[in-house]
Design a protein around this ligand. Structure first.
Ligand code: MG
Length: 344
């Protein structure tokens, strides 16, 4: 089911700005139970609603042995074509929803993970210093206790001054590849560390691992990879350049590989952020079940949208309360039958 998520405010980071994000919701039926998943396609990542639907049409489950387990099914789907990470994530989420519903468990129990509430951050998009300070009020209205501030421009100091004039709780910054000078950037990080800076995300171009390695080597505040890492295989490449990784379902191809990446990161002493793209409560609820594996949780997608079509994800005292219904734990606000679905 193709759908267009609409942002409450134009979403601006250092390299682009947009007002909507296309998504596709995917349902898989098995003996009267359905699993639901979401593929979200920020335009700069190259997937579209058409490419997601085309990929889903390639999936012929009759080719799978009926005794195959969930990981074998997902490995089969991954081999159908390279790329298509968001499409694969949507299918992976739908299968996890389905399998855990069949067992009558919510997803974290199905994955044998704890399901305690966990603090999540709220994103302040790049804007004028005044507007960014205004957006802090929105975070406070929701009750968020952590901010993630988008930076990566000439006026970063003025923007942080404006935000810190109205916010005295912890925060992280996401540079979205917008910085260039590790010496100057380290000075700025040390200054922000006095005001509660938790971590810095993706300071340099995704391919500029040498510059990231230089900053990571001398920064007392963790430097986290986002655009530099998508899947498990990328972990070999980035390990020396960052203190940690931001794992997102739309990059990792879904929950199964995200879990493996998180477990490997922790085994190797890397910090973990669980994040999201512009996503509704469907994909974000799915990722929220992995929250207790993360050092920091950055799952605010539904709070940035005007038209989240799901019920089910709540914030209590700044903490994401994991859904307790079976599966990923969310339901549509409107009857599913009223949707213009594409049957495949
Ligand atoms: Mg980021």
């Amino acid at each position: 089911m193709p759908y267009e998520l609409v942002f409450k405010h134009p979403f601006t980071v250092s390299i682009h700005s947009r007002t909507t994000t296309p998504v596709v919701y995917i349902r898989i039926w098995c003996e009267g139970v359905f699993g639901i998943g979401e593929a979200s396609m920020p335009p700069y990542l190259g997937e579209t609603q058409e490419s997601v639907i085309d990929f889903i049409k390639k999936v012929d489950l009759s080719e799978i042995n009926h005794t195959a387990d969930l990981n074998q099914i997902l490995a089969f789907i991954d081999r159908l074509a390279p790329g298509n990470n968001a499409a694969k994530a949507g299918i992976d989420i739908a299968f996890h929803d389905l399998f855990s519903k069949i067992e009558g468990k919510h997803l974290s129990t199905f994955l044998t993970l704890p399901n305690q509430p966990k603090l999540s951050s709220f994103t302040i998009g790049l804007d004028t210093p005044e507007q960014m300070a205004n957006k802090v009020k929105e975070a406070e209205q929701y009750g968020f206790e952590l901010l993630k501030v988008k930076l990566g421009s000439e006026d970063d100091a003025a923007r942080m001054d404006a935000i810190l004039s109205v916010w005295n709780k912890p925060f992280s910054i996401d540079v979205n590849q917008g910085w260039q000078n590790p010496d100057k950037d380290l000075d700025f990080i040390l200054e922000l560390a006095k005001s509660g800076l938790l971590f810095v995300e993706q300071p340099y171009l995704s391919t500029d691992l040498e510059r990231a390695r230089r900053l990571t080597a001398c920064s007392p505040i963790p430097i986290i990879a986002d655009e530099s890492i998508k899947r498990w295989a990328d972990m070999d490449v980035i390990a020396e350049s960052f203190h940690g990784i931001n794992v997102k379902l739309m990059k990792s191809t879904g929950i199964a590989e995200a879990m493996r990446m998180i477990q490997r990161a922790k085994a190797n002493g890397l910090l973990v952020v669980t994040g999201c793209m512009a996503e509704s409560s469907c994909a974000v609820a799915a990722m929220s079940h992995l929250s207790n594996l993360a050092d920091w949780v950055d799952l605010d997608g539904p709070f940035l949208m005007k038209n989240d079509p799901f019920l089910g994800l709540n914030l209590v005292s700044g903490m994401l309360k994991l859904p307790t219904n079976p599966g990923i734990g969310v339901d549509f606000k409107v009857p599913v039958d009223s949707w213009a679905a594409v049957e495949v």
